[in-house]
Design a binder for this molecule. Structure first.
Ligand code: UD1
Ligand code: CA
Length: 459
C-alpha cells in the first residue's frame, strides 16, 4: 500500500510586518485566507492528514477554519525555529507516513508542483523545492558539490561571502518520510547565529546518512513567494488575479481589460461572454452563454442565465437571473432574488427575497421585497412594497398581467389579482380582485383664482 501523506503547515510566526491586529495567515488573496489556499492545496494532494502549527493569534485562526473539522491543530507556544515547529507536529504523525512541509504564508504553491516531491519521498528520498532568485538576500542558499549534488542549506546569516553569491535558494518546502524526519529533527540543535532550531539542518544529516536529496526547482518565483508585508500581499494578489483572468480568456471569455477584473471565488462561464472593466466576482458564480456585463458591477454567489445583459453599476448578491433578462444600469439584486426569463430590472431598483415571473418589468426607482410577482407584470416607477411593519415582514403577491401604477405603496400583506390594475399614487393593502381597478389616491379638488398668503409689508 502507498504510504499516506501528512501535510504540516507552519503558521506560528507573528507576521509583525503586516502591522495588523489579525494573524498574518488570515489576510486574504482572492477573497480567501492565505492559510485557506494552502489547506486547499493539501486537500488536492489527497493528504490523509493536515496539521497546522500555530502560535500567535491561534484562537482566531482556529475559529476561521472551524468548519474544517479534520484539521489537526498543533500549538507552538514559543517560536524557536522551523525545526522546533516540525518537532511539535511529529508526535501526531504516523511514522509510516510521508511528510510534506508547507507554509501558511506561502499561498500560491500548486499541487502539480508538489506531486513530484511527494512521489520522491515515497521513493525513500528527501525532496526539496528550490528557486533561483536575482536577489537571494535573506534566504537559505542551496550548497552543492562539484557534481551538482545537494550537500546542505546554509542560512543567509551563516553564509560566507562566496555562499551568498549562490542564487539558488531554499523555498522551505520539502518532503520526506516521517520516520527519517523524526530521527533527524531529534538531532537538531540551536547552535547558530539566531539561536534557532533550523529545519534546514536536516539536509546535511540526510547526506551523512546516505539518503538521496533531490532538489526540484520552480520557474515562477511567485508560486513560492512568502508574504511578510502588505507590499508582498498586494503583489501576490495581482499575480493570482492574472492567473484567474488568464483561465477565463482561455475559456473563451472576452475581457475588455484582464487587469481590471477581479475574481474572489470560483467562476464558470458559457460561450461568448463579454465582461467590461472593473467587474468583481465573489463566491460561486455561474454565467450562461452570451452574458454581457457592463462596467463597475459586483456579482456575488450569482447564477446568470443565457443572453442576460447586465448594464453598468449593478450589485447582484445571492441571486438567480433567468435567460434573456436585462438588468441595470444601477440595479441592486439582494439575496433570494429570483428573476425568471425575460425580466427587466431598471435603474435604482432594489429587490430582496423576491421572485419575479417571466417577462415582468420593474424599470425605475422601486423596492420589491418579500414578494411573489407573476408573469408579464408591469411595476410602475417609484413602487414600494412596504414589507416591514417595524417588527414583522409581510408578503406581497401580484398575479400575472397585473399593472401597478407609478408611486404606489403596496402595504403588505397584500394580494393583487391577475390582470388587476392599481392606479398611480395608491396605497394598497388587502386584496385586489382579478381584473379589478384599485385607486386610493385622494380625489382632485380645484379652487379657482386661489390667492396665496402674502408676507406682511416691512416698515
Ligand atoms: C526559512 C528557511 C530558509 C528559507 C526561507 C524561505 C529555516 C531555518 N530557514 O527562513 O532557508 O530560505 O524560510 O522563506 O527554515 N515558523 C514557525 N515556527 C517557528 C519559526 C517559523 O511556525 O518557530 C514559520 C513561520 O510562520 C513562517 C515559516 O515558518 O511561515 C518560515 O519562518 P521564518 O522565520 O520566516 O524563516 P526564515 O528565516 O525566513
Ligand atoms: Ca521568512
Amino acid at each position: 500500500m502507498m504510504q499516506q501523506l501528512s501535510v504540516v503547515i507552519l503558521a506560528a510566526g507573528k507576521g509583525k510586518r503586516m502591522v495588523s491586529d489579525s494573524p498574518k495567515v488570515l489576510h486574504q488573496i482572492g477573497g480567501k485566507p492565505l492559510l485557506g489556499h494552502v489547506l486547499r492545496t493539501a486537500r488536492c494532494l489527497d493528504a490523509a492528514k493536515r496539521l497546522v502549527v500555530y502560535g500567535h493569534g491561534g484562537e482566531a485562526v482556529k475559529a476561521a477554519f472551524a468548519s474544517e473539522t479534520d484539521i489537526v491543530w498543533v500549538e507552538q507556544a514559543q517560536q524557536l525555529g522551523t525545526g522546533h515547529a516540525i518537532a511539535q507536529a511529529l508526535p501526531a504523525i504516523d511514522p509510516s507516513d510521508v511528510v510534506l512541509v508547507l507554509y501558511g504564508d506561502v499561498p500560491l504553491i500548486r499541487a502539480e508542483t508538489l506531486q513530484p516531491l511527494v512521489a520522491d519521498a515515497r521513493a525513500g528520498r528527501l525532496a526539496l523545492l528550490t528557486v533561483e532568485l536575482i536577489n537571494p538576500s535573506g534566504y537559505g542558499r542551496i550548497v552543492r558539490d562539484e557534481r551538482g549534488r545537494v550537500l546542505r542549506i546554509v542560512e543567509h546569516k551563516e553564509a560566507t561571502p562566496i555562499e551568498r553569491n549562490l542564487r539558488e535558494i531554499n523555498t522551505g518546502i520539502l518532503a520526506v518520510s516521517a520516520d527519517k524526519l523524526r530521527g533527524w529533527v531529534s538531532e537538531l540543535d540551536n547552535d547558530n547565529s539566531q539561536g534557532e532550531y533550523y529545519l534546514t539542518d536536516i539536509i546535511e544529516l540526510a547526506v551523512r546518512d546516505g539518503v538521496p536529496v533531490e532538489a526540484f526547482t520552480v520557474t515562477e518565483p511567485a508560486e513560492v513567494q512568502g508574504i511578510n508585508d502588505r507590499q508582498q500581499l498586494a503583489e501576490l494578489e495581482r499575480f493570482y488575479q492574472a492567473r484567474q483572468t488568464e483561465k477565463l480568456l482561455i475559456d473563451g471569455v472576452t475581457l475588455l481589460d484582464p487587469a481590471r477584473v477581479d475574481i474572489r471565488g470560483t467562476i464558470s462561464t458559457g460561450k461568448d461572454v463579454v465582461i467590461d472593466v472593473n467587474v468583481i466576482f465573489e463566491g460561486n458564480i455561474r454565467l450562461g452563454n452570451r452574458v454581457r456585463i457592463g462596467p463597475f458591477c459586483l456579482l456575488r454567489d450569482a447564477v446568470i442565465g443565457d443572453d442576460v445583459e447586465i448594464q453598468s453599476h449593478c450589485w447582484i448578491d445571492s441571486a438567480e437571473v433567468g435567460n434573456g433578462a436585462h438588468i441595470g444600469p444601477f440595479a441592486r439584486l439582494r439575496p433570494e432574488s429570483r428573476l425568471a426569463p425575460g425580466v427587466h430590472i431598471g435603474n435604482f431598483v432594489e429587490t430582496k427575497k423576491a421572485t419575479i415571473g417571466p417577462g415582468s418589468k420593474v424599470n425605475h426607482l422601486t423596492y420589491i421585497g418579500d414578494a411573489e410577482i407573476g408573469a408579464s407584470v408591469n411595476i410602475g416607477a417609484g413602487t414600494i412594497t412596504c414589507n416591514y411593519d417595524g417588527a414583522n415582514k409581510h408578503k406581497t403577491v401580484i398575479g400575472d398581467g397585473a399593472f401597478i401604477g407609478s408611486n404606489s405603496s403596496l402595504v403588505a400583506p397584500v394580494q393583487i389579482g391577475q390582470g388587476a390594475t392599481v392606479g398611480a399614487g395608491s396605497a394598497v393593502s388587502g386584496t385586489v380582485p382579478d381584473h379589478g381597478l384599485c385607486l386610493t389616491r385622494a380625489p382632485r379638488k380645484d379652487v379657482a383664482n386661489w390667492e396665496r398668503p402674502t408676507k406682511p409689508a416691512k416698515n
